[in-house]
Design a protein. Structure first.
Length: 157
């Protein structure tokens, strides 16, 4: 197994355990992350995973089709969880693509159907508007604001 393939297995196994620190340790300091909701760089990536792991009380994750070589990698993963804002169940099917630098993840791009996600997470508004930027942009803004609030909250003793 290529070391980058092993890295991706470690990443997703940490995700299954909701071990955000182990997930963050898989990223290069100058890493970038992008999906339909977030565009992040550096330490903000680890904070996103921390927020999702800490808030995802019923999160269940399965992954497969992990492949990687010296330059790029891929994986497929499925998350099942309750969307906290609406208490609606979500099954998100994600195709992930990676590049590597210095034995760590340099770029991470998760691709999923925002419309499918929004129909599950948001109900009727997602069904009607999930295909458009009219819904996507406010969801992105709210998610980014939530992440910033999470990152700036007072440290607990």
């Amino acid at each position: 197994m290529h070391p980058h393939q092993d890295l991706l297995h470690r990443f997703y196994q940490a995700f299954q355990r909701r071990d955000h620190a182990a997930m963050a340790a898989c990223y290069h300091p100058e890493a970038t992350f992008e999906d339909a909701i977030f565009e992040l760089q550096g330490p903000a990536i680890g904070q996103m995973w921390r927020m999702l792991c800490e808030r995802g009380g019923d999160l269940r994750l399965a992954y497969n089709d992990v492949a990687a070589d010296a330059h790029q990698g891929r994986a497929t993963w499925d998350a099942r969880y309750t969307f906290s804002q609406t208490r609606r169940p979500v099954h998100n099917h994600v195709q992930a693509r990676f590049t590597f630098q210095d034995g760590l993840i340099r770029t991470h791009h998760d691709q999923f159907s925002f419309w499918r996600w929004s129909r599950q997470a948001l109900g009727a508004s997602g069904w009607l508007l999930g295909w458009s930027d009219m819904l996507r942009r406010p969801v992105q803004a709210k998610a980014r604001q939530g992440l910033e609030q999470f990152m700036n909250r007072p440290k607990q003793a």
